[in-house]
Write a protein that binds this ligand. Structure first.
Ligand code: PLP
Length: 367
């Protein structure tokens, strides 16, 4: 069986460094809000290219904290609208609705699977406060059109960078392109911890201070509470693991890019479509999505031939039961079509070229 993703092998690559880092924390007697988290925040802010990084519990919290802080600071209010791609993981949408804000779902472009920037402007109203883009599958979703719309309508630009650590737009990393970005370090992400972890990056001093307080019960001074906050902290063991893995992120992403090149150059089956590959893009291939009208047959065929695949995502957020009342009546045909056709092939820094060529040969024989 060629697994979709072997976290065990990814961790094994850095086992000694990770074990040393974890042991250092275990022996230190200090497990929260300490030197490891501080070091990671500094390293990651430097890597992404922002003034601030605030560690937190997970990626959903990171996004929720950004919007919560904008509400505390009076930038956003209950019922304001956030423009967001319809084709995304549910966490992006949950962060919006948890804050009593309204998600305005935008269709993707079929060729890139990312938000279609041509459709955004007509959805902007006087209640729109932000565009939240999602760099889905490791591909940069930012475009100059999106940046210009934010300036024209005075909107905040928020990035969901859960799937694109290390991706760039020109020379700038995703996570530094807008006003604030949420990052997830869920184990399967390109930069993954050994448990839950997340972070916010931003250049905005006031927003950073508010988020740091909100993530720590609303407190910036012990036992003094400025806001009704939550408990969302990056723990020292996860920070220590992330400090190790951040050093290897670019090399790991480079391996993903080499795997993607093999797929692009060798998948020749006409019933399989690959998302368009642009000349200067710096996709970090968190996932390798392909499209096939006979997707379920293809998936079954690959399983029978020893190749594990996944679907991202089989049911779009607006079709989920949890949103059926609020969003269920929306017609988003491209998003719905993607949910029927998308299939993610194995890609990771630890899959071998031989395994990838095996996957390709099997796909090319699919009828
Ligand atoms: C993983 C993911 C999240 C949420 O991250 P968690 O750490 O699991 O909370 C948010 N958005 C996207 C696009 C994701 O893929």
């Amino acid at each position: 069986m060629i697994p979709f993703l072997s976290l065990k092998d990814i961790t094994a690559n850095y086992r000694n460094e990770i074990a040393e880092a974890v042991t250092r924390v275990v022996d230190s007697g200090w497990y929260l809000l300490g030197e490891e988290a501080k070091a990671f925040e500094w390293e990651y802010a430097t890597y992404i290219g922002t003034k601030h990084c605030i560690g937190c519990g997970n990626g959903l919290d990171a996004l929720t904290l950004i919007l919560g802080a904008y509400k505390e600071l009076g930038v956003m209010h209950d019922g304001d609208e956030i423009v967001v791609p319809a084709n995304t993981y549910i966490a992006t949408i949950l962060a919006i609705t948890e804050n009593n804000l309204i998600p305005v779902l935008i269709e993707p472009r079929f060729e890139t699977l990312e938000i279609d920037d041509r459709l955004i402007e007509k959805h902007i109203t006087n209640r729109t406060k932000a565009i939240m883009i999602v760099h889905l599958y490791g591909r940069c979703a930012y475009t100059d059109t999106i940046g210009n719309l934010c300036r024209k309508y005075n909107l905040k630009l928020i990035e969901d960078n859960a799937q694109a650590h290390g991706c760039r737009f020109g020379t700038k990393h995703t996570g530094s392109l807008g006003d604030a970005a949420g990052h997830s370090f869920y184990p399967g992400k390109n930069l993954g911890a050994l448990g839950d972890a997340g972070a916010v990056t931003t250049d905005d001093d006031e927003l950073a201070a508010c988020i740091r307080a909100l993530a720590n019960y609303g407190s910036s001074q012990k036992y003094v509470f400025d806001y009704c906050g939550r408990n969302s902290r990056l723990d020292e063991i996860q920070a220590a693991v992330l400090n190790v893995k951040l050093q290897h992120l670019d090399a790991d992403n480079h391996k993903r890019q080499q795997i993607a090149t093999l797929y692009y150059e060798n998948i020749l089956n006409p019933s399989v479509k690959l998302p368009i590959r642009l000349p200067n893009e710096n996709n970090v291939y968190h996932l390798f999505p392909i499209l096939c009208t006979k997707r379920d047959d293809l998936q079954r065929y690959l399983t029978n031939n020893g190749v594990q695949t996944l679907i991202h995502y089989p049911i779009p957020p607006h079709k989920q039961d949890c949103y059926s009342k609020r969003l269920g009546n929306l017609s988003l045909p491209i998003t719905e079509q993607l949910a029927k056709q998308e299939l993610s092939l194995p890609i990771s820094p630890v899959i071998s070229e031989n395994e990838v060529m095996t996957v390709i040969n099997i796909i090319n024989l699919f009828k």
